[in-house]
Every structure is written in C-alpha cells, then in structure tokens.
Design a protein around this ligand. Sequence first.
Ligand code: ADP
Ligand code: MG
Length: 625
Amino acid sequence: MKSFPNPELTEVLKHSFGFDDFKPNQQHIVESWLSGKDVFAALPTGGGKSLCYQLPALIRDGLTVVVSPLIALMKDQVDAARENGIAAAYLNSSQDAETARAVWRDLAAHRAKLLYVSPERLSSPEFRSAIADFGVSAFAVDEAHCVSEWGHEFRPDYRTLASLRQDFPEAPIAAFTATATRLVQDDIVAQLRLIDPVIVRAGFNRPEITYRVRRKSGVDAQILRFVTEHEAEPGIIYRSTRKATEQTAQVLQERGVSAKAYHAGLDDQVRSDVQEAFVRDDVQVVVATIAFGMGIDKSNVRWILHGDLPKSLEGYYQETGRAGRDGEPADALLLWGPQDIAIIRRHIGNMQVDEERDSAEERLREVLRYVEGRVCRRTALLAHFDEEFPGSCSACDVCLDELTFEDATVPAQKLLSAAVRTGEVFGTHHLVDIVTGTATDKVLERGHEQLPTFGVGEDRNRSYWIALARDLESAGFLTRRQTDSGVPGGLRLSTRGRLLLRGRETFASVQQDASNSATDTGGAASTRAGGRQGARNVPDTAPLRSDQKELLRCLKGLRKAIARQRGVPPYMVFSDKTLKVMVKNRPTDPQALLRCHGVGDRKLEAYGEAFLRTIRNYLATGECE
Ligand code: ADP
Ligand code: MG
C-alpha cells in the first residue's frame, strides 16, 4: 500500500526526531494505529519501531502506555525520548518511592504523553485502575514475541497482557517485534486478543550488514586480527561458554584492547556496569554469552563476531542484527569448527524431552547448512524467514568471491577408502590417523598400519583432513552410525559416497587457509567500501578523507563530553550517521545544521551551538578546540 506524505506527520517527524523521511512501513503503522485500529508490526532490529509508537503518542490526546520487558533499559529509552523533547516517564520496581511519586504527579497533571511500564507492573489491578483514571488512549507492546512460548525469549509476565483488551476496550493495541516467524506472529495476535489487526511485515534484509563465515584455525589469533581491523569500533563477540568469554576478553586486554566479559555468572552489578560502559562508548568490545544485547538500543555497534557455532539461525540473525542499527555499514563474522558441533551434539544428547531434542537437532542442521553452504549468505538467512532474496547481494563472503574452491575428489577418495577398509565403524580421528600415517596404539592394535591407505595423505596436515571429513559428512557422502548411548558413532559411506569412491561423482571443498594461522577474515575493513557499492539500498560508504576523519574525531569527542555531562549515552546525543553527515556537509549556521539527518528542533536548541562552534573552529584552524 502506498502512503502519501501526510503534512502533519512529516512535520512532527522533522521537528521532534530530525528525520526527513519515514523508514519503510513506519508511516503505514503510524496512520493505521492513529485511526484506531490494532496493529501487529514485525520490523527487523534497527527498523525504527520506537518511532512507530513515540510519534503517535505526540499526536494523540491522552496517555500512551508502552510495555517493555527490560527494566534495566527503560531508563535509557525514556532518556532517548526526552532527548527528542517527548514528555516520557517510566514506572518500574527499580525506582525509589520519591521518583515514582513524582511520576504519578506528572500523570495526574496530564504532563506525560508516554509512559513505559514493565509487564509485571501492568498486571496489577490497582495499577490498571489508577492509569485508567488518567485516561489511557493506546497501548504499545514492545518486544511482543515475549508473549509467545514459540519465541526465543518467552516471559510469563507477558501473558497477563491478554486482559488489556478487556480492561481497556477503547484503547488500540500495537504489538512490535523483530521476530519474523509466522508461528510467533499468530501467537502474538491471539495472546494479545488483537481485533482484526493491521498486519505489517517488513522485509528482514539488513543491507548494511556484510556476512562472513570462516573455519576456526587458531581462534584467538583470528579474533585479535578481526578486532585490530576494526580499531576503535564498538562490537560484540559471542562465545558459547562463560569460560571462553573470560579467556577471550583477557587475550584482548593483554593486547591493549578495551574489552570486558559478560555472562550470567557475573553478579548483577558487574553486568550492569559492563552494559553501561559499552553503551557509553567507554568499553569497545564486550565478549558475551547470548545473555547480552537484547533490547540494547545502542545504534553504533559496528560489528558482531561469533567465536563459536550458534545454536540456531534465528538466534544468529537476531544477534548479528544488533550491529548497524543506524544504517551505517557493519560486519558480521562467524567462526566455527567441527569441535563446536560435537559440543552442541553433546548438549542435545543430554536433553530429556524428545521434541526438545528433535527441534534442537533440526536447528543445528539448519545452522550447518548455513555455514557450509555456498550460496549467498543473505539469501540463505532470509530463506529461513520465508523471504526470497534474489541473486547476489555483494555483501557476503560468497558474493564477494572470497571463498575459493578446490577439487578435492582425490583426497576425499583416500579418506573414504580408509573408512571402507576398516569396516565403516570408526570415527573421524582414527580415519585421519590412518591417512596421515600416524601410528597410534589404536592403529597398531588393529594392524591398520598395514593398510594400503596408511600414510597416503601425509602431504597435508591433520586439520585439513578433519575439516575434509566434516565437509564430506555435511555434503552427505559420509553418514554417522546411530548409537544407543547418544555418543556419535562411526562413519559409513552413503550411496553418494560409494559413487564418489568409484570416481562417478566429484567433490569440491572450500579451500582452507594454507598458513593455518589467523585465517584471512576477508580483509573486512579493506573490502568494505568496494564490496558494498553494488549492494542494494546500502548507505553511502565512500571512505572519509583524512581531514574528514579528523573532524569526525573532534565531533565524537564533543559528543562524548556532552553525553557525560547530561548522563546519557553518546549515541543518544547524535547517531554516528548524523555525525558523518555533519562531516560531509560542514554546516556553519543553525539552518544548515537543521538540514542534517537526525537534527530536530530540540537537539538543535540543546547542542546546536556547541557543534557549530566545533565545526567552525575546525574549518578555521584544522584542529579540535
Ligand atoms: P528497533 O527498535 O526497530 O530496533 P529503533 O527504534 O531502536 O529500532 O531505531 C533504530 C535507529 O533508527 C535509531 O537510531 C533511530 O533513531 C533510527 N530511526 C528511526 N526512524 C528513523 C527515520 N524515519 N529516519 C532515520 N532514522 C530513523
Ligand atoms: Mg526496539
């Protein structure tokens, strides 16, 4: 449906938020909800969901109540709204009584337009009748997938939202989520009792993110190299265990990188300090288990690195989605190795419920299809959300042609032959011992050093053969025997495997890094500008000249000083994108500054003079103040 510019909405958009245009779907959502209808909106992370409820709240009479699951982040959300001049407040259990009383006074005096509450607070009948007295005109449910058990972040508290419809029959409800699956969508609509809702589903493509996948080979060195390529850019590293997060953080710290570990085993205070420091650009890198990042609105996260194989593609998509919310280019790198699969399999083996085990197994297969696939990463990721992405994206390792394939038919035949000659009951390591000519006790006991295949693969190292075995398994040439104990059994040949062994099939594998040290991460930093030019809807990525970089550094310094003074995160003052536009336009008067993306009336008034002074000074002297 085509929306025509609505002068009133466009004006509020510019004056309060500083934006000239709506992002895709925003206007449709805003208009539908303002017309009194219920709305369900699935927009990717960074799609601009907050604006979809903040802008209508400014226009509507009465109070708009926003339900948000993360108490720790409510304050940030309210601060951000206030930075745009919106009368926003929040009520949750973390507040002291005095602050809460002040909020109630504002509500009674109709001084607040937007009230953030936690679901648990909203479940109280006294609370509901109190806000009803002040005239609630609409509800927005953020992170609405929390209402669904099918989602990946179910919150029992969200279930009590089902009775909102009954208690506030006049107030239209809008539900927002970044989760794209239909199952979750239907569940949200049903649980929240939405009536004939306007359903909006955005495309889930994130053109600003470049996706890469690499085999692990010395994971610490690979991580270090990637972080070095992204000097001074904020990013998140995900690791699968607490121990690994701490160890990686330490490796980075020893090299002078400002990094902190974050996981569920740390106490609350430490965790919130890390989060705060990251949001405020005081720490560059957080090394976390998956417990980190949901709902953090930090818009200038520039990269996400997965140091281990993720457990699901949905989770992977959501985690990488935390980069590049400001629409500026961002990098996602996934490192994985056969060891990761073994760990996840062991974990799956311990699951008690059959369905749970089956679905975890299916999720793992999906992830493996992704990392081992040779099709455009974007196409593969989006297919998971039933979205078709045609052709080449120019922003993933496959489309950028960073992967080289080599014919591996002959080495594959050597490995398959070793399997056949030993009765197809042994696992990877024993087969690799045979082809590499390693006389282990197990080899000698069974007389496998006598086989003609013993030592036929001495020309390549062990990790080559292990990876090859893995590739043959994932491509379906080798399959694993099932065992009762759940421990993975030996490898045997599939029908295709037999054809390959007889030379009636061929096999090509991704060329592994010969140096076997830090795998080339694709020169992520260097290919960035060139690689993206062909991608669709991608922001202007022409690299900055050195004088522009210097001005950007000055503006970032100013932003940080202002943020510190006001007690808000830097990205709330102005986004990275806004600073870059300033660098390119070099505004020297308020009108020109107001024309920059992200500068609205409120921010012009609050910070305009300081930024103009810095820019003028830089133009005159070539230096920061
Ligand atoms: P989501 O909650 O969907 O992940 P946010 O509401 O946090 O996304 O918005 C992501 C970023 O997009 C923020 O930096 C926000 O300021 C910016 N944004 C929102 N709407 C627009 C718009 N119409 N034009 C430009 N930037 C926008
Ligand atoms: Mg959001």
